[in-house]
Design a protein around this ligand. Structure first.
Ligand code: PMP
Length: 368
């Protein structure tokens, strides 16, 4: 074997950079769609006490079935799920919704199978497909980043995917799915496919649109994923979860690693759920700040995608990297992602947004 071929990596992984936004030490961090508001002292104290209690049993493996956490997640999800609610057997969780989705691809994708999404979309999806040797097919969104439902249904009929990944709201565009889209695509997928509605940013949607959770009783091939990383202000916790038919949860059990959720993760997630009202308490403020941001960018003459999330995509720049770098030089980190010419900025505190607006105006002044 030649020196260049070492280590003996899978061919499709050669030369591939690990996924991840730059983690730079600048004062204003608006690049990974976190919630800018940390927990209160009382919440920190409760979480610390829960972690301490878990520490007394760290010589033992944790509850492999995370029974208490599944029960509390089911109760929490039931608030958005309509009359039938969600039972613990319908809930699964892992270390971030990234791991939940990888497990879905491990169970339902694989060699000879296809996963479909609609670009531009979350850049991890093709990586889950690659890592599970699942064929990846990306349809296109319309020019305003909405889903063309007829074209989407046709693609599903043609490709017969075993997994369809539908973020709502979408990352990086912020576009939410219309309620009827989920049912149409569940019907098109049939029993050969599962439809994953990724509601990582679901809590930030505008105007009373129901969660896809309400459709679970109607479609047994529907999976709705959520995360504690965004609205719940728990990105560091690493807890993502899903609701689906119990048979789907049982299928994931076959591919999960034993004890994948540590005792500390389970205890801290349970403590955070007890503080749900506080941790979610800034969502309305963030939505208002998001709408103000969209309005300001439009007034400044930028193209801005409609956003139902806690970020927005704006452009268009002949040299977006120069704008991104200009903002970094002024202490503001945003994300260079999405279609060529566009940039994505997360919604932060009012002070952080003021810093962003000042820095962007300054960069533009310099470039004009
Ligand atoms: N889905 C979407 C659309 C996302 O943007 C992200 C994170 N950026 C995730 C899932 C994964 O988040 P986590 O693993 O933190 O739950």
């Amino acid at each position: 074997m030649s020196a260049a071929a070492w280590p003996p990596l899978r061919d499709e992984l050669r030369g591939v950079e690990p996924y991840g936004a730059p983690q730079l030490d600048v004062p204003v961090q608006l690049n990974v769609n976190e919630n800018p508001y940390g927990p209160s002292e009382a919440c920190v104290a409760d979480i610390a006490a829960a972690a301490a209690a878990a520490a007394t049993t760290l010589n033992r493996y944790p509850d492999r079935e995370f029974t208490a956490l599944r029960t509390e997640l089911a109760a929490y999800l039931s608030r958005d799920a309509g009359e039938r609610g969600i039972a613990p057997a319908q809930v699964w969780a892992a270390n971030g919704s990234n791991e939940v989705m990888l497990q879905l691809l491990q169970a339902f994708g694989g060699p000879g199978r296809t996963a479909v999404s609609f670009a531009p979309t979350y850049s991890m999806y093709p990586e889950y497909a690659r890592d599970t040797s699942t064929r990846w097919v990306a349809g296109r969104r319309a020019d305003d980043f909405a889903l063309d439902l007829d074209a989407a249904r046709d693609l599903v009929k043609t490709e017969q995917p075993s997994v369809i990944l539908l973020p709502s709201p979408n990352n990086p565009t912020g576009t939410a799915l219309p309620p009827e889209a989920v049912g149409v695509l569940c019907e098109a997928a049939g029993d050969e496919g599962i439809v994953v509605v990724d509601e990582a940013y679901g809590e930030f949607r505008r105007g009373g649109v129901p969660s896809a959770l309400e459709l679970l009783p109607s479609y047994r091939n529907l999976v709705v994923t959520r995360t504690m990383s965004k609205a719940f202000a728990g990105a560091g916790l690493r807890l993502g979860y899903l609701a689906a038919a119990p048979e789907i949860c049982d299928a994931i059990r076959v591919v999960r690693l034993p004890y994948h959720l540590s005792a500390v993760t389970q205890a801290v997630a349970l403590a955070a759920l007890r503080h749900a009202p506080e941790l979610l308490g800034k969502v309305d403020d963030l939505r208002r700040e998001r709408d103000a941001l969209v309005g300001w960018l439009r007034a400044e003459g930028y193209d801005v995608a409609d956003s139902d999330a806690n970020f927005c995509l704006f452009g268009r720049f002949a040299d977006r990297h120069a704008v991104w770098q200009g903002l970094v030089d002024r202490g503001v980190l945003i994300r260079e992602t999405g279609p060529e010419g566009w940039l994505r900025v997360s919604v932060g505190t009012p002070d952080e947004m003021a810093a962003f607006r000042a820095a962007l105006s300054d960069v533009n002044g310099v470039r004009a």
